[in-house]
Ligand binder design. Structure first.
Ligand code: ATP
Ligand code: MG
Length: 583
C-alpha cells in the first residue's frame, strides 16, 4: 500500500474525551473513529489489526477442533425468556421490536442461541463432543462506555460453546479451550495472568478469566511471583493471621464520645485496630444484615454475596435512619443484643477481648468475646485481600497488579440445556441434558490491551503478529529519482516475499513522515535517503529505533529473517508449552 493512497486520517491533537493511551493513540493514528457513544468505526489500518487478531483466534480455535459458524446478532426474546435471562440480564441488553411487536435483542452473548441451534439436530451421544464458535459483533448497553473500544457498546467477540455427554468430558473440553486461550494470548504477545473467575449465583461451576496486565485495567489481581497462582482481588483468599487467645476479661461498657470510626476508637481506648470490631450495616433484599470483621480490614462484597448466595446488586449499605430503626446507632453498631441477621468473619472468633460497638450513641464495650458475649453465622473468609497478605498454602506474599479482562471461559454444566430442554440420547437410549461450556475472547478489546502494553510517547509499537503492516519503507525525498526507484524496488521485493508493506511516497517533510511512522507503530522500517544511489538504506525497528546503515539487499534479507524467526518464535512457545504439559 502506498501512503499517498491509504486512508489514514491521523490527528496531531490528542482528542479531549480520550482518557487512556490506547484510546488516544487509536484515534490519533487514524485507526478508529467514534460513531456514537461506545460505538466505533474501524478505518483501514485499524481493521487490518482486527482481522489479524481474528485470524489468530480462528487458527487456534480450529486447531483445537472447534468449528466456525456465524449466527445473527438479532436474537428472539423467547429463548432468553426460557432461560430466565430476558429480565435478569438487565438494562445492558439492547432490546427491539419488529413491525408486529415481537420482541428481539441484539445479542450480548449467545448461550441460548447456540443451545437452541442444536436442539433436535444433535440427538445422539455419537455426535459429541461438539464445539461451535463464531467471531461476531456483540451488543451491550454498558452503563459507562469508556476507554474507547475497551468498554464499548458494540464490540467483536469470539464466542464458543461446547457440548458434551457428561461433566468429565465437559472438563476436558474446557481444558482444551484453556490451552487454546494461552496460545492465543501468547501469540498476541500480551503479558497476562489467568485468574479463577466468579462462580455465579449457582456456584460450583468453574471459570477462568484471562487478564492482560495494565495500569489502566478496571480490575485488580493478586498473584504469586514464583508460580501460576493468581486471583482477582474479589476472589483472592485471605488467611487472617492475627489471633489473641488471652483469658477473657469482664465485659464492660465504656464512654467513647464521637468515636464513629475504627481509627478514632482505637486511638481513644489505646487498643490496636485489629482488636476493634468493624461493623458493616447492610440491607440485603430489604432485610437488615450486620457483618463483623477485624477493624484493620475491609469487607469483600463479592465474597459476602457468594456466602449468602445473593446477587451483589441486592446488597445495599444501610442509611442512618434505618440503622437507628434497627435499635442501634450509626458508628456504634456491635454484635451484642443486636436485632437482625449477624454474620461474623471467622477470624473474629480467634480474637479475645475485643472492642465492639454498644448499639448506643458514644458507647462501646471492651472485653467482648465471641460465644460468651455474642454469636452469629460464621463465614470462613469475607475479607478483602491487602498488601502484605500471604497467599494461602504458600510462604509468599501477594503481588498486586491491575489488568484488562481479554478472555473468559466458563463451565456451564446443564444450566442452559435444562432451561431450554435440549437433550440427546445416551448409550442406553436414555434422554440426557448436554454439559456445556462457553468461551469468550474480546477481539476488539484485545487491541486496546495490546496498545496499553506496547506504546511509548511517540505512538504505538505493534507486535509483529498483529501489526496492520509489518514493514514501512520511507522515501525521504520522493522527487529524487534514485530514492524513489530504490524505494519502489524494496517495496516490490518485500511484497514478493509475501509480507505486508507500506511505501511512504508522500511529498512531506522527513520529520512528518518519521512522526507518522512512529505513531502508527509499524514494526520494521527501511529509510531510503541520500545514499540511495549507492543502494544504501537505513534499517530500524519501531521497538528500539536503533538505525543500521546497510545495503538494500541486506535490509530485505533482514526483514525476511526477522519475520520468519517471529513465526518460529510462536511455534517454539507452543511447542515448549506442550512439552511442559506432557501432551
Ligand atoms: P466485563 O467484566 O469487562 O464487563 P464480562 O465479564 O461481562 O466483561 P464476558 O461476558 O465474559 O465479559 O465477555 C467475554 C469477553 O468479551 C470479555 O472477556 C471481554 O474481553 C469482552 N467484552 C465484554 N464486554 C465488553 C465491552 N463492553 N467492550 C469490549 N469488549 C468486551
Ligand atoms: Mg467475563
Amino acid at each position: 500500500m502506498k501512503l499517498t493512497k491509504l486512508y489514514m486520517p491521523t490527528l496531531r491533537e490528542v482528542p479531549s474525551d480520550a482518557e487512556v493511551e490506547s484510546h488516544k493513540l487509536l484515534l490519533r493514528s487514524g485507526m478508529i473513529r467514534k460513531a456514537t457513544s461506545g460505538i466505533y468505526t474501524y478505518l483501514p489500518l485499524g481493521y487490518r489489526v482486527v482481522r489479524k487478531i481474528e485470524q489468530i483466534v480462528r487458527e487456534e480455535m480450529d486447531k483445537s477442533g472447534a468449528q466456525e459458524i456465524l449466527m445473527s446478532a438479532v436474537q428472539p426474546a423467547e429463548i432468553w425468556q426460557e432461560s430466565g435471562r430476558w429480565e435478569k440480564y438487565g438494562p445492558e441488553m439492547f432490546k427491539l421490536k419488529d413491525r408486529n411487536g415481537r420482541d428481539f435483542c441484539l445479542g450480548p452473548t449467545a448461550e441460548e442461541y447456540f443451545t437452541e441451534l442444536i436442539k433436535g439436530e444433535v440427538n445422539s451421544y455419537k455426535q459429541l463432543p461438539l464445539n461451535l464458535y463464531q467471531i461476531q459483533t456483540k451488543y451491550r448497553d454498558e452503563k459507562r462506555p469508556r476507554f474507547g473500544i475497551n468498554r464499548a457498546r458494540e464490540f467483536i467477540m469470539k464466542d464458543a460453546y461446547s457440548f458434551d455427554v457428561d461433566k468429565e468430558s465437559m472438563e476436558k473440553a474446557y481444558m482444551i479451550m484453556y490451552r487454546a486461550y494461552e496460545r492465543i494470548f501468547d501469540r498476541l504477545e500480551l503479558e497476562y495472568k489467568v485468574v479463577e473467575g466468579q462462580n455465579g449465583p449457582m456456584g460450583g461451576n468453574k471459570s477462568h478469566e484471562f487478564i492482560a496486565l495494565s495500569e489502566t485495567g478496571e480490575g485488580r489481581i493478586g498473584y504469586s511471583k514464583t508460580s501460576q497462582i493468581a486471583y482477582s482481588d474479589e476472589k483472592a483468599p485471605v488467611n487472617y493471621t492475627f489471633t489473641d487467645d488471652s483469658e477473657p476479661k469482664d465485659l464492660e461498657k465504656v464512654e467513647t464520645k464521637d468515636t464513629t470510626s475504627i481509627d478514632m476508637v482505637s486511638k481513644l481506648l489505646k487498643v490496636e485496630k485489629n482488636k476493634c470490631l468493624k461493623a458493616i450495616d447492610l440491607l440485603i433484599s430489604g432485610k437488615p444484615v450486620f457483618v463483623f470483621i477485624p477493624g484493620d480490614r475491609e469487607l469483600n462484597f463479592e465474597k459476602l454475596s457468594e456466602f449468602l448466595n445473593v446477587a451483589e446488586h441486592e446488597i445495599e449499605v444501610m442509611d442512618e435512619e434505618t440503622i437507628k430503626s434497627c435499635g442501634t446507632y450509626p458508628g456504634f453498631t456491635g454484635p451484642i443484643n443486636l436485632k437482625g441477621q449477624v454474620i461474623i468473619d471467622k477470624s473474629v472468633t480467634k480474637i479475645a477481648n475485643l472492642v465492639v460497638g454498644a448499639n448506643e450513641k458514644d458507647k462501646h464495650y471492651i472485653n467482648a468475646n465471641y460465644k460468651r458475649d455474642f454469636q452469629g453465622q460464621i463465614a470462613d473468609d469475607l475479607l478483602m485481600v491487602k498488601e502484605g497478605d500471604i497467599i494461602p498454602g504458600t510462604n509468599e506474599k501477594y503481588e498486586f497488579a491491575r489488568g484488562i479482562e481479554v478472555g473468559n471461559i466458563f463451565q456451564l454444566g446443564t444450566k442452559y440445556s435444562e432451561a431450554l430442554n435440549v437433550t440427546y440420547l445416551d448409550e442406553n437410549g436414555k434422554s440426557q441434558n448436554f454439559y456445556m461450556g462457553s468461551y469468550g475472547v474480546g477481539v476488539t478489546r484485545s487491541i486496546s490491551a495490546i496498545i496499553e502494553q506496547y506504546h511509548d510517547e511517540n505512538g504505538i509499537i505493534w507486535p509483529l503478529s498483529v501489526a496492520p503492516y509489518q514493514v514501512i519503507v520511507t522515501v525521504i525525498n520522493p522527487k529524487d529519482k534514485d530514492q524513489m526507484e530504490l524505494g519502489e524496488k524494496i517495496y516490490g521485493a518485500v511484497e514478493n516475499l509475501g509480507y505486508e508493506v507500506i511505501l511512504d511516497d508522500r511529498d512531506e517533510r522527513a520529520g512528518v513522515k518519521f512522526k507518522d511512522r512512529d505513531l502508527i507503530g509499524i514494526p520494521l522500517r527501511i529509510t531510503v535517503g541520500k545514499k540511495a544511489k549507492d543502494s544504501i538504506v537505513e534499517f530500524s525497528k519501531r521497538r528500539d529505533g536503533v538505525n543500521l546503515e546497510i545495503s538494500a539487499k541486506e535490509a530485505v534479507e533482514k526483514i525476511n529473517n526477522i519475520i520468519i524467526d517471529n513465526f518460529t518464535g510462536d511455534l517454539a512457545v507452543s511447542l515448549e508449552k506442550m512439552v511442559k504439559d506432557g501432551q
